[in-house]
Design a protein around this ligand. Structure first.
Ligand code: GUN
Ligand code: ZN
Length: 680
């Protein structure tokens, strides 16, 4: 069995899980099949794998005999991969079951399940620490025992630890080192049933961040499409749905935006075959069984549709936009969304460096997104001038749409004798929400041009940007600010008093009150972005401080697109160094660029090191598979330009990373780097 990642966004991934009964694409939803009772053919709705319960079959003599004889695939009539649960859930509901861990492992092996589960203890949320620790000890013991008693059976190992984050992490660390195929996160049903989604975020993040990246994670008992997008963004790959049938029994329709009760429906909620063939009155007039079947079908349609929507969002790079939409379906989901701000660093570790879609700001929660944190870190790589001029937003890209900006003010009222000395050494930057200070040289780089956000009436965003602008200003001798920027962001105002900011923004602004002196700014100063400076700043921003000077030396020639006037290629004499990609203004290296970056950046920066087996393939320009990687820069992000080296740090090739550094090191299957060129 193997797992590999094809696309990524946030901590979510589209993967391929190879099993003896076929390959499945993740994120995937596994309908729960009730052994002996199933009547719906879930394949028809898009199920590629299913989950069923070994304990129920084990307990019923008739079922047991039959499934042992014909195997589980024939018994439940499903040809694809089957996961079985162990009876732990029954243990959590009934408090007791009569089977041992060893017995249920051996039984799962005997019926030919694809992935079995040991008898973990589902410890409920908010129990005493003593109980959580005691239960966890048993869960871990049984996980080790499962590995010992199984022969060929592949296994789940469930993360437990109640709502204690450190216990979840400890459990994940320990089972993550053992040979398991899938890592479920257990005992979260009570959190979801009570809408404690914020606590769910804590539990999932504490688990996922300590599990191996190279194995799928299953959020156990998550069957409501409301939570799928959020869970995928946190790195969950598998869901199981008993909800489709349980809700149907109760005349309830699942939707990604919530649940509808048949008794309240005047209109059908969606456009699936059930909803377009029947009216709510039709359904109400039916016999219970028939109605339940139809609602279950709707529930399956909607759940699989949501999984498809999520996969498309991962490919497009707008999964977080989807999560932000979905989390507005319920106030407690909004609570969960807000809790994500405590995990920005974890998301940043996995989030690709460039995406197909623009960044859409949907509210103050978007301020915690990794793209913003990353920009605030990376902007520091650009060499600082002595002086700074801050101008307001215009249409993007800002540098192409500069207008007359009227009045400017200089911070600190002392008179400057020779203003020309200021203009000789000045950085011009736009101030905008939500990314803060954007030096004009990098204003076309993803996501600084590829984002949309309203400027007005969002105090959180204005305050957020103001804090960063004021920090940034500290680095300069003289700061000259356009009046509109001063007013909009209340720069120089004391504190964050709401009334003061409002009056600053709304009433006539008096710069002298805030210690600003009016100065004349020649508009030509603001207009000029030097091309050579621009390519150096972009390279510094992309690869690290000093990279621009190292890459672009010699007889620099900049070739622009005749159609758009944008910078396309940079040469030293006749030798191509790098090409600026039009869609995100990020440099794609050529051989000379790779050589120069390699000699500039210290090991292991931007390196992916391969073993000697892979060396000839790398030199030929073949793509790099994760299993050949022996070392890499852990800070690499998916879509980064990277240098492929051997164990002596000799440059072999260069390419685009498919995975982030942590994943490259953990995976043994699938591509790590799409090589652009070898022959170095
Ligand atoms: N189904 C839902 N939650 C759980 C759990 O914590 N453990 C197991 N084995 N199955 C579950
Ligand atoms: Zn429907």
């Amino acid at each position: 069995m193997s797992f590999e990642i094809k696309y990524k966004d946030v901590m979510g991934r589209i993967g391929i899980l190879q099993t003896p009964h076929g390959n499945i694409k993740t994120p995937a939803l596994m309908p729960v099949i009730h052994p002996g009772k199933q009547t719906l053919d879930v394949k028809k709705y898009g199920a590629e794998l299913v989950i069923t319960n070994a304990y129920i079959m084990y307990k019923n003599e008739e079922l047991k005999e039959k499934v042992l004889e014909e195997g589980v695939h024939s018994f439940i009539d499903f040809p694809g991969p089957i996961i079985t649960d162990s009876g732990s859930f029954q243990l959590s509901v009934y408090g007791d079951i009569d089977v041992t861990n060893t017995e249920i492992i051996e039984f799962q092996e005997a019926i030919g399940t694809d992935i079995g589960t040991s008898l973990d203890i589902p410890t409920p949320p908010f129990v005493t620490r003593e109980r959580a620790e005691k239960d966890l000890e048993i869960t871990l013991e049984r996980a080790h025992q499962a590995i010992e008693v199984r022969k060929d059976l592949m296994l789940n190992s469930v993360v437990q630890g109640s709502t204690f984050k450190d216990l979840r992490s400890k459990c994940a660390d320990e089972i993550g080192k053992l040979d398991f195929e899938v890592y479920p996160i257990g005992a979260v049903v009570p959190l979801m049933e009570s809408y404690k989604y914020s606590e769910l975020v804590d539990v999932v993040m504490a688990s996922v961040t300590h599990l191996p990246d190279s194995k799928p994670r299953h959020l156990m008992g998550a069957g409501h499409p409301m939570v799928f997008a959020l869970a995928v963004a946190m790195g969950c790959d598998l869901f199981d749905s008993a909800a489709y049938i349980l809700y149907a029994k109760d005349d309830r329709f699942l939707m990604p935006s919530g649940t509808y009760k048949l008794q309240n429906l005047v209109e059908m909620p969606c456009s699936c075959p059930v909803c377009t063939s029947y009216t709510p009155d039709d359904l109400r007039a039916m016999k219970k069984d028939e109605r339940m079947r139809l609602i279950a079908q709707h529930n399956l349609h909607v759940s699989f549709a949501e999984i498809r929507t999520i996969k498309q969002a991962i490919v497009d790079g707008n999964l977080m936009e989807l999560v932000e939409q979905r989390c507005r379906a319920h106030p407690y989901l909004l609570d969960a969304l807000r809790n994500l701000k405590n995990y920005t660093s974890e998301f940043e570790r996995y989030d690709p460096s460039s995406k197909k879609s623009a960044f859409f700001y949907s509210g103050p929660e978007s301020l915690a997104r990794p793209e913003i944190k990353r920009h605030l870190d990376k902007v520091e790589r650009i060499p600082k001038k002595s002086n700074l001029v801050l101008i307001p937003r215009s249409r993007k890209p800002y540098s192409k749409n500069i207008r007359e900006f009227g009045e400017f003010y200089m911070k600190d009222s002392e008179e400057v004798q020779n203003m020309d000395r200021i203009w000789d050494d000045v950085q011009i930057a736009v101030v905008d929400v939500p990314f803060g200070v954007i030096p004009l040289e990098i204003d076309e780089v993803y996501p600084l041009a590829q984002n949309e956000s309203p400027l007005k009436n969002d105090l959180d965003a204005l305050q957020f940007v103001r804090t960063h602008v004021e920090d940034y200003m500290e680095n300069f001798e003289h700061v000259i600010i356009n009046k509109k920027v001063l007013k909009t962001f209340g720069i120089g105002c004391d504190g964050f008093d709401q009334d003061e900011i409002d009056s600053t923004i709304d009433s006539e602004f008096d710069p002298s009150k805030y210690g600003f002196l009016e100065v004349d700014v020649d508009p030509s100063i603001v207009r000029a972005v030097d091309d050579e400076e621009k390519i150096r700043c972009i390279a510094d921003y992309q690869f690290g401080a000093g990279s621009g000077d190292s890459l672009f030396r010699g007889d620099i020639k900049i070739v622009k697109s005749r159609k758009t006037g944008k910078i396309r290629h940079v040469y030293d004499g006749e030798t191509l160094i790098a090409t600026l990609r039009a869609s995100d203004s990020v440099f794609v290296l050529d051989r000379e660029g790779a050589r120069r970056l390699h000699s500039h950046l210290e090991y292991p920066k931007k390196r992916v090191g391969v073993n000697s087996d892979a060396e000839p393939f790398a030199r030929e320009g073949k793509s790099i598979f994760a299993k050949f990687v022996i070392d890499c820069d852990i800070d690499i992000k998916a879509n980064d330009e990277v240098l492929i080296v051997n164990e002596n740090d000799e440059l072999l090739a260069f390419g685009k990373a498919i995975l982030c550094g942590h994943e490259i090191m953990d995976f043994k299957t699938g591509q790590a780097v799409k090589t652009r060129k070898g022959g170095l």
